[in-house]
Design a protein around this ligand. Structure first.
Ligand SMILES: C[S@@+](CC[C@H](N)C(=O)[O-])C[C@H]1O[C@@H](n2cnc3c(N)ncnc32)[C@H](O)[C@@H]1O
Length: 313
């Protein structure tokens, strides 16, 4: 997550013309599903929220315990007082630019439904590609024994590796106890506690002499000046610790690359997600360490170089 992943303020915004306000229903008439969706969409649009109609539908569907498309089957149904009371605070939170995933309380990552709140970074779709890139370079080797996820956050990468049987057991480490609490809840929810453990510590501090077949990480890598230019959803709501990578975004990546060789077995792989403008610098760090036999950069679905993979000598 970082320079290559976050939408910045001023990026092409869906608003090309002034948004139109939708009036509430006339006094005495109920809010119907349709009216609420339309009104909420205009309310969110006026507050600069991306994809306002889709957002309104997802929030209302969440409150009604229905699928988004099910709303279209009950568009004229009046909303009950309890439904309105549950919906309003969620709409207000999103209008205050709290990310949709935090408001809904969960998000999907490689088929896992992960609890998600402001204790940890929202797992991004592009991070899913890190594991595909790793499988494609490690090729015929098949599932590995032990993997380490550095900066595990919600546990997205660690849990996916176990869930998909890419690794027999996984250790997730993070400096944030808040993030680890969330990751542990996610492990319990996915029934993976016996195969995925979590420990607190900076980088490799919490590793107790274990050696890993894979070390994966989506570290904080947003450069300081880029962080202040991100959307409010990112800079005001997501943990700074999960994003901030210092002046050039490489503050965490440098010691991560240096230390990974000490916990990787010979022939094991280091797989990093970094910003599209950082891959050359990361390749140089890996080469100059002298610890890696092959170094490979892969692109994300948008065609940007994002994943750097290196095989330990
Ligand atoms: C970009 S987030 C990635 C979270 C998760 N792996 C994902 O891909 O969604 C980076 C994570 O690294 C953690 N972190 C920051 N500095 C760290 C350090 N020195 N050692 C370990 N974890 C760190 C943050 O708390 C955060 O959870």
């Amino acid at each position: 997550m970082g320079a290559g992943a976050v939408r910045r303020q001023g990026d092409a915004h869906p608003l090309t013309s002034k948004p139109r306000a939708v009036a509430p229903p006339p006094s005495g008439e109920p809010w119907t599903v349709m009216h609420m969706v339309k009104w909420s969409a205009s309310y969110l649009e006026l507050r600069g929220v991306d994809s306002p109609r889709l957002t309104a539908e997802l929030l209302l569907a969440h409150v009604l315990g229905a699928g988004r498309l099910d709303l279209y089957l009950q568009f004229d149904r009046p909303l009950t007082a309890p439904e309105l009371a549950s919906y309003k605070p969620l709409l207000q939170r999103r209008a205050a630019r709290e990310p949709l995933q935090y408001v809904l309380g969960s998000t999907q990552f490689r088929g896992l439904d992960l609890l998600c709140d402001s204790r940890a970074l929202i797992p991004r779709p592009e991070t899913e590609g890190l594991l595909d890139a790793l499988s494609s370079v490690s090729g015929q080797e098949g599932p590995v024994g032990q993997a380490l996820d550095v900066g595990t956050g919600t546990g997205a990468l660690a849990l996916s590796m176990a869930h998909e049987n890419m690794a027999g057991s996984v250790l997730g480490v993070d400096v944030s106890e808040d993030a680890l609490d969330l990751a542990r809840s996610n492990a319990a929810r996915a029934g993976l506690e016996s195969r995925v453990g979590f420990r607190r510590g900076s980088l490799f501090e919490a590793v107790n002499g274990e050696v890993f077949d894979w070390v994966v990480s989506n570290p904080p890598y947003v450069a300081t000046d880029e962080l202040s230019a991100t959307e409010p959803e990112v800079r005001e709501w997501e943990p700074r610790l999960a994003l901030a990578g210092g002046a050039d975004g490489l503050d965490v990546i440098r010691p991560l690359v240096a230390g990974a060789a000490t916990v990787l077995r010979g022939g094991g792989w280091l797989a990093l997600e970094v910003g599209w403008d950082q891959t050359a610098a990361v390749e140089t760090l890996l080469k100059t360490s002298g610890e890696y036999a092959s170094i490979d950069t892969r692109e994300d679905l948008a065609g940007r170089p994002r994943y750097v993979l290196a095989r330990r000598k």
